[in-house]
Design a protein around this ligand. Structure first.
Ligand SMILES: NC(=O)C1=CN([C@@H]2O[C@H](COP(=O)(O)OP(=O)(O)OC[C@H]3O[C@@H](n4cnc5c(N)ncnc54)[C@H](O)[C@@H]3O)[C@@H](O)[C@H]2O)C=CC1
Ligand SMILES: O=C(O)CCC(=O)C(=O)O
Length: 423
């Protein structure tokens, strides 16, 4: 495996995980495999310095990134993450997974991602706004409604998107609602976007469960990360009759085989920003999360969580990757050997970007759809995409992950070939 000179990825790093996933699909790409190198390097990576005045008058510098991995099929698309562990290498992997994901659901986008290395919980609201605005100005040279469209990811939300949209609009002298998605409703946001990623996890999970004969009624689910993605997915599974038996977030790991009361859990999450003070569950050691008796496991937090060792202990029959890159390649093999079905991130969590696409289309047409219409379209796109991926997996006898890459990479590399090598 060849690495770019500016990176030194380890075997467990997200970029290494992504490269391994690409290598696994190459035998199924036929002559298109000759373009594979284009998938193994980002088209463009911008590192920006984000200096801001703190509330006490001092100046702090933060490191920000925007990476456009591939633009063969359309403008870049992908979220913005604010987290103390963000690195260029992580953002590269996240942007590459966006390329695969957008193509897997056939959206007319390439892949991009951005982030700032910061703990936003340590900033005041005003500091957060100043940082977001300065970052937007710095990456403003490569983003735009037809160039690259950011959206929320870990620790970013509608308010951050509103500041980004406003800053970009001020800098360009026009109201550019289409420059970001995941905006508040009265700024050109879309109904259904907040819960769309979790809804996509639910829809793909429902389809996969049906295929393996696992009834959702009474199914025990364990969720890591009760934020935008994990929280919405848990809600839909509970509505479908499943029982939430374990939750892990940054603050605690809680288990209740009888099932969590979701309304009470959400109240604690809203109040504290973490699950730790939810009373009606046993607090266990963080590592014990991977031993919990459950039928469906939903990692919906960060990358690299399912290691080969943890994969040996997982009790679930079905793993739904709400997070990006939660499973290491060797852990994929362990799960496959143990007959645990994994619905991979690049299709499982594609509901968010799909409704982002709806938002972008609605912004351009200035005509907004009903929530029922959005949810129905989302359901259809996810079901159709998963069906094609499943057929591909059956045809080649490969995992759903490699099958998703096969479907997506064919589309990406066909576009690459048709556009030609020279601009
Ligand atoms: N927001 C979106 O639309 C999409 C998000 N994703 C992915 O889903 C994952 C979660 O994103 P969001 O829900 O948006 O973020 P969020 O910021 O809303 O929630 C993150 C959750 O992860 C938990 N968490 C953080 N560190 C943890 C740790 N060390 N152990 C256990 N839990 C931890 C937090 O407590 C929180 O509950 C990320 O991998 C993200 O890239 C994927 C597709 C779209
Ligand atoms: O909604 C979007 O545009 C991107 C969401 C995202 O960052 C992701 O799917 O990982």
């Amino acid at each position: 495996m060849s690495y770019l000179s500016y990176l030194t990825p380890t075997l467990t790093s997200p970029w290494h995980t992504y490269l391994s996933q690409v290598d696994r699909v190459l035998p199924y790409l036929g002559p298109l495999a000759r373009w594979a190198e284009t998938l193994k390097r980002p088209k463009r990576a911008l590192i920006v310095d984000v200096p801001i005045e703190m509330d006490d008058g001092s100046v702090a510098h933060f490191e920000g990134y925007r990476v456009q991995h591939n633009l063969s099929r359309g403008p870049g698309k992908g979220g913005i993450r604010f987290h103390p562990d963000v690195t260029l290498e992580e953002v590269m992997a996240l942007s590459a997974w966006m390329t695969i994901k957008c193509a897997a659901v056939n959206l007319p986008y390439g892949g991009a991602k951005g982030g700032i290395r910061v703990d936003p919980k340590k900033l005041s609201e005003k500091e957060l706004e100043r940082m977001t605005r300065r970052y937007t100005s710095e990456i403003g040279i490569i983003i735009g409604p037809q160039r690259d469209i950011p959206a929320p990811d870990v620790n970013t939300n509608g308010q951050i998107m509103a500041w980004m949209m406003d800053t970009y609009s001020m800098n360009t002298g026009m109201t550019a609602t289409g420059v970001v998605t995941g905006k508040p409703l009265h700024l050109g946001g879309s109904l259904g976007r907040v819960k769309a990623t979790g809804r996509g996890v639910f829809v793909t999970g429902r389809e996969a469960a049906t295929r393996i004969g696992l009834p959702l009624e009474g199914a025990r689910i364990a969720v890591q990360g009760m934020g935008n993605v994990g929280g919405s997915a848990a809600e839909l599974f509970v509505q479908a009759g499943a029982r939430l038996v374990a939750v892990q977030d940054h603050s605690a790991t809680l288990v209740n085989p009888g099932g969590f009361d979701l309304a009470k859990a959400n109240e604690v999450l809203r109040r504290d920003g973490g699950i730790a003070n939810y009373a009606d569950a046993e607090r266990v050691d963080r590592e014990a999360f991977w031993d919990v008796e459950c039928d469906i496991l939903i990692p919906a937090a960060l990358e690299g969580q399912i290691t080969p060792e943890r994969a040996q202990r997982i009790k679930a029959k079905l793993v739904l990757e709400g997070a990006n890159g939660p499973t290491l390649p060797q852990a994929d093999d362990v799960l496959a050997d143990r007959n645990v079905l994994v619905v991979p991130d690049v299709i499982c969590n594609a509901g968010g970007v799909t409704v982002s696409y709806f938002e972008w289309v609605q912004d351009f047409s200035s005509f907004f759809w009903s929530e029922d219409e959005i949810n129905a379209r989302l359901d259809r796109i996810m079901v159709d995409a998963l069906r094609k991926i499943w057929d591909t997996a059956d045809h080649y006898k490969i995992s759903l992950r490699t099958a998703t890459y096969a479907v997506a990479c064919e589309r990406i590399l066909m576009a690459r070939e048709e556009r030609g090598l020279y601009p």
